[in-house]
Design a protein around this ligand. Structure first.
Ligand code: GLU
Length: 399
């Protein structure tokens, strides 16, 4: 067999696949609204683009240090200090081509075959596949609706074995939008403290996208004694609408960061030099536009929530952050579409919505917790509302 066995265990990213399928149908002339990808519809702010153009004209077009320019890593350190009260040294920070590469590097650099990674579901689609690529074992923990789809200390205790190496925490969560409170993190930290071989990847990519009265807090703030066992991963993609620039960063133990950089030196080298200059401008430049965007996201969340939650058969959680709604569609199971097609899982729901009313959503199966589906409201408001009305109408036709 020409292909590696490794590849038989992994699948293409479902979020990217749904987005690609929607684009394909659109190109064929169909009336499609994609609520698939978690990608801000706003353009990258002008001052960030200007910094990239300046970097180009100044010839910043060569290799940088594998782990990122000193200027960018210093800006990241400053951000951690100012916003999260966390202190890091230069050798504790790495810049990669998106958070995807940070996590990928960390897992490949740390997992031995059979090492376990605890992943609370619903989870971001790529974690389990990345663990598989690194020959680890994803241990999926299904979180309960009663706990707002969050990991509880009891569930964590049940999932720990002598082989547990990492726990992946993501708050605000993709796809549920739920965020962990200080108290909830404290309770998890108590469990983690007692298990010295358990480390934590804290995926804080939606950190700034938090609404209402909620306050973002990260595990390392709550439990500073665990800081050396926590790898914080974050990036500029979501906050600054810079998905295509591919800049993510990680902060953690110097020993781990060093091997991640060694691995990166043998694979992709530094993240794009121009993008690093743009990310520097993002982190050090004006931040006031973010609150305007958050206002828009909040209005969209409320409007979409209102339509979907009023739809008989759907139940939404009111998200604390990120830009997703993750309605439960358990009451639709066993119903039939006007075509006669049976709805027996959330993939059927997603297929029905795409085929009947041209709305692309991601089925809960992709996030390890069914039956739900995810919509992204990082979408133009008019289109979003039209899509929600279509979803509601299509669901009312199920019998
Ligand atoms: N993280 C985003 C999402 O969940 C972007 C696509 C991806 O990389 O999965 O839609």
């Amino acid at each position: 067999m020409f292909l590696s066995q490794r590849m038989s265990r992994i699948k293409p990213s479902p979020t990217l696949a749904v987005t690609a399928r929607a684009a394909e149908l659109k190109a064929l002339g169909q009336d499609i609204i994609s609520l698939g990808a978690g990608e801000p519809d706003f353009d990258t702010p002008e001052h960030i683009k200007t910094a990239a153009v300046k970097a180009l004209s100044e010839g910043k077009t060569k290799y940088t240090a594998v782990e990122g320019t000193t200027a960018l890593r210093k800006a990241i350190i400053e951000k951690f200090k100012k916003e999260d009260g966390l202190d890091y040294d230069l050798n504790q920070v790495i810049v990669c081509a998106g958070v995807k590469q940070v996590i990928f590097n960390a897992l490949l650099a740390s997992l031995n075959p059979g090492d376990e990674v605890i992943i609370p579901a619903p989870y971001w689609v790529s974690y389990p596949d990345m663990v598989e690529i690194a020959e680890g074992v994803p241990v999926i923990v299904r979180c309960a609706p009663e706990a707002d789809l969050k990991l509880t200390p009891e569930l964590l205790i049940e999932s720990i074995t002598p082989k547990s190496k990492w726990l992946v925490l993501n708050s605000p969560n993709n796809p549920s939008g739920m965020a962990y409170s200080h108290k909830e993190l404290e309770a998890l930290a108590k469990v983690i403290s007692d298990v010295p071989h358990l480390n934590v990847i804290s995926d804080d990519i939606y950190e700034r996208l938090i609404f209402d009265k909620y306050k973002f807090v990260t595990l390392a703030q709550v439990a500073p004694e665990l800081k050396d066992r926590i790898l914080i991963v974050n990036g500029v993609s979501k906050t600054y609408a810079m998905t295509g620039w591919r800049i993510g960063y990680g902060a953690g133990a110097a020993e781990l960061i060093e091997v991640m950089a060694t691995l990166q030196s043998q694979s992709t080298s530094n993240a794009c030099s121009i993008s690093q200059e743009a990310a520097l401008a993002a982190l050090t430049g004006p931040q006031d536009f973010i609150k305007d965007w958050i206002k828009i996201y909040t209005e969209r969340r409320d409007a979409a929530f209102d339509i979907l939650n009023k739809t008989p058969g759907l139940h939404c959680f009111q998200p604390h952050g990120a830009f997703y709604l993750y309605p439960s569609c358990v009451e639709l199971m066993g119903k039939k579409a006007p075509s006669g097609a049976l709805i027996s899982n959330d993939t059927d729901v997603a297929t029905y919505l795409l085929e009947s009313v041209g709305v692309a959503v991601v089925p809960g199966a992709a996030f390890g917790l069914s039956p739900y589906f995810r919509i992204s409201y990082a979408t133009d408001t008019k289109l979003l509302l039209e899509a929600c009305r279509r979803i509601s109408q299509a669901i009312s036709l199920l019998r």
